[in-house]
Design a protein around this ligand. Structure first.
Ligand code: AMP
Length: 483
């Protein structure tokens, strides 16, 4: 192995002195404006990748467009997605949840039976169609009903309870697209089956809150109880009496809801209806002792866990299956305070309603696009990602062929790599290595091919070392092990 020295001129081996100045990276990162980061940055955070500016795609004639309300998630967005999916995964697993993946396409009746035929999602927003076999199918608008179906048909009732499941995946709703509202969106969801202990309601609420905390977004929980099948009918009657007196001021949808599903009136976003809701009776006054006690215990747990919450006596959710606890999360600060970051609740009757044995359950769904929008609005950087260990650079045809093989040898040795086999400029390749935060660059030029060597450049110090080609993998492994 050749001596280690600080490069000051043309390195032996025929490769010109690289022009890129990796040392600047540190200086630049020191001066970078203070930005919030999802988690404390590691000591040697690689320089924030210079993200290409977002390009507004021009409409290209004759090329099929992406469907309204749907979007491509481009490579420059992926660091946000990786960061939040990792947070979701780690949190869910830390609290004993197991991942479940259900099909995106389900029988339409699954959602009609679970969410309720009178809900906006089922009435107006489902992507439903008859498939080639004549079945009425639907792109899933939410994750709870498929999880319930899976729990029943796979006999999870026979497993030790509670069964704790989580998922991350796309949902489809034919809504009017707007900022933060898409026709395809992703949710991180959890479902807990088989126990009605209020500690589980508190656990999932805390998990939802923690997820946002983990990615750097402060959220507040709004919480309410919808009572149970015993105490809700009396409240329903009070509500009907109240709104019947104001019928003339209700929107057409709510006039219909008044007869069939009066609780939904509390969820109407029309200005007139929303204003009427303020004077409406509150369900907390109608809860029976058991439901009241359940709510109180959930709140006590949240107090213990210091999860910030506000009682919202008119909170109902978009699906009919909820009993007792319902909650939503909204951002603590900013214009988005009215935007739901996620929500969920308890659904103690749903498993039975879907054909299973009576099984209490609760869960939530958090909107991942909204999580990212909040991060961007609050200038929160995703958790810094470790750059490649080694960037493989090459110059000239024969060097490229050897570099290609070296790349595979290094990958096989478990080294995290980057490289570009089409570039002809060493300067450009070193700049890329630098931008990616590579620890070392392995350089192969014509001279290295002749000498059967590789030039290894420490990207932080600029020190270069010539090593035998055959020993390059081991030499790099050793360097990486030694930090
Ligand atoms: P929901 O099942 O309606 O309570 O939705 C759970 C969460 O998913 C919401 O609180 C939002 O964060 C997110 N979400 C729901 N619908 C959409 C949508 N159309 N576009 C983006 N995010 C959505």
């Amino acid at each position: 192995m050749a001596m280690t020295k600080k490069t000051s001129g043309k390195p032996k081996g025929g490769v010109k002195k690289p022009q890129a100045k990796p040392a600047k990276r540190d200086a630049a990162s020191k001066k970078a404006p203070a930005k919030k980061v999802a988690k404390p940055a590691p000591k040697k955070a690689p320089q924030k990748e210079q993200q290409p500016k977002p390009v507004v795609a021009p409409r290209v004639r004759g090329v099929p467009q992406v469907l309204r309300g749907m979007k491509d998630v481009l490579p420059q967005e992926q660091r946000y997605w990786r960061s939040i999916k990792m947070a979701a995964d780690e949190l869910a697993r830390a609290y004993g949840f197991e991942m479940i993946e259900t099909p995106i396409l389900e029988e339409t009746s699954l959602f009609a039976r679970s969410a309720g035929t009178q809900t906006d999602v089922v009435e107006k927003e489902m992507f439903s169609f008859i498939d080639k076999g004549g079945s009425n199918v639907t792109l899933r608008p939410e994750g709870t009903a498929p999880a319930v179906r899976a729990y029943i048909i796979h006999g999870m009732l026979n497993l030790p309870q509670p069964v704790k499941l989580y998922y991350i995946g796309p949902m489809f709703r034919h809504e009017r697209p707007q900022h933060g509202r898409y026709r395809q969106h992703y949710q991180f969801g959890v479902e807990v089956f088989g126990d009605d202990n209020p500690v589980l309601d508190a656990e999932i609420i805390m998990l939802a809150h923690l997820f946002y905390k983990e990615i750097g977004v402060k959220s507040v929980v709004r919480i309410n109880s919808l009572g149970c099948n015993d105490c809700r009918p009396a409240y329903r009657e009070q509500l009907v009496n109240y709104f019947r007196m104001k019928r003339a001021q209700l929107c057409e949808d709510c006039k219909r809801r008044l007869a069939k599903n009066p609780l939904r009136l509390l969820d109407c976003k029309e200005e007139g209806c929303a204003a009427l809701k303020e004077g409406a009776p509150q369900i907390v006054d109608s809860l029976d002792e058991k439901c009241k006690d359940h709510l109180m215990r959930v709140l006590e747990y949240l107090d213990d866990l210091q999860v910030p919450y506000a009682l919202d006596p008119h909170l109902v959710r978009g699906f009919d299956y909820y009993t007792r606890t319902v909650f939503e999360l909204v951002p603590e600060e900013g214009d988005g305070a009215q935007v739901a970051l996620g929500g969920g609740g308890r659904y103690d009757s749903l498993v039975e309603q879907m054909g299973g044995r009576p099984t209490p359950a609760c869960g939530f769904g958090l909107g991942l696009e909204r999580a990212i929008l909040q991060m961007k609005a609050q200038e929160i950087e995703p958790q810094p990602e470790k750059g490649p260990d080694v960037f493989v650079a090459q110059l000239g045809d024969s060097a490229r062929r050897k570099a290609f093989v070296l790349f595979e040898d290094l990958r096989g040795a478990g080294i995290k790599l980057a490289g570009n086999f089409t570039k002809n400029s060493l300067k450009g390749q070193l700049e890329t290595a630098n931008r990616l935060g590579a620890r070392y660059t392995a350089i192969l030029g014509q001279q290295e091919v002749l000498d059967e060597t590789v030039l290894i450049r420490d990207m932080e110090s600029g020190m270069q070392e010539i090593v035998d080609y055959k020993k390059a993998v081991n030499a790099l492994k050793k360097k990486l092990e030694n930090g």
